[in-house]
Design a protein around this ligand. Sequence first.
Ligand code: ATP
Length: 335
Amino acid sequence: MKLCVIEGDGIGREVVPAAVRVLRQVIPDLEFVSAEAGWDRFQLTGEALPEETVARAKDAGAVLFGACSSPSYQVEGYASPIVSLRKRMETFANLRPTRFLPVPTAREGVNLVVVRENTEDLYVGDEQTADAGDTGTATKRITRRATERIAHTAFRLARNEKRRLVTIVHKGNVLPQTDGLFRRVAYEVASAYRDIETDELLVDTAAYWMVKEPARFDVVLTPNLYGDILSDMAAAWGGGLGLAPALNIGAEVAIAEPIHGSAPDIAGQGIANPTAVILSAAMLVRHHWNLPEIADRIDAAVNAALSKGDYTADILGANGMSTDQFADVICEQLG
Ligand code: ATP
């Protein structure tokens, strides 16, 4: 088994080594290959995602990705390397679970997973400007093929994890040709999974219920952009972005990547919470390498550490542990 490790930018460089330590401990014969990508890399070389990195990622088939910074203004020649890598590896689904963790910032009873379509919607990146820059237009693409694929992923996951309900989230009343298609195809797929309940919410209503009653949700099946936003909202109930894992999956490939970004406000201080990336690594172990016992061990070590009150600064404030101290605790727990 081989893992391509891309630390990326900002806190990615601090939290990824913690997850690598954990993986080394639980899978001693795992082979690691490192590769570069990100905004820092772009500024040095003019390339955000070098071909060599894509080749190493594809060869390994499994990637652990930290985070990358993307400027909020257009930079000639720059495109988000993680969005590009997801496309190049054809990871069509992004699984973003939120479950209660024993920290004061989390909400009891929450245990949901957002299954986010990962290849289309507004993220196809087809934007144009007209009127000398005063009008911007973006393409929102939804296809039957991609929707069938993501819907099957959501229902299979529901079955495998013994979940009861899949909620289709869309805005089909305003966007009948795109979100309406997503809704229709999702219901067609649902008919093959009669053991799982299906319902639907418009995305604005879903946002309301996500804040008011997150335990209402089980599996959320949704296009790319809504999935991105709703999973960040859900992460607040899981205790915060520092604890929120994610896994991109494709046919025989996977990219573990926490949902947080490069957190420039705290980067370089050694205080970032590595839990999100450690739990993302556990998802890779569970879903990609199919080693549930090892994934359970990692999850249990994180739970045990948090139950003892071992918190980083995002949870405890100034007296919180450093990234490395927290990683030490997890490795001790793993024995
Ligand atoms: P980017 O531009 O790379 O997306 P960002 O700061 O806009 O960076 P995030 O990196 O997701 O977005 O950070 C949002 C907030 O959450 C920041 O205040 C950041 O410090 C905090 N945060 C994110 N991840 C962590 C973490 N692992 N540990 C502690 N705090 C975190």
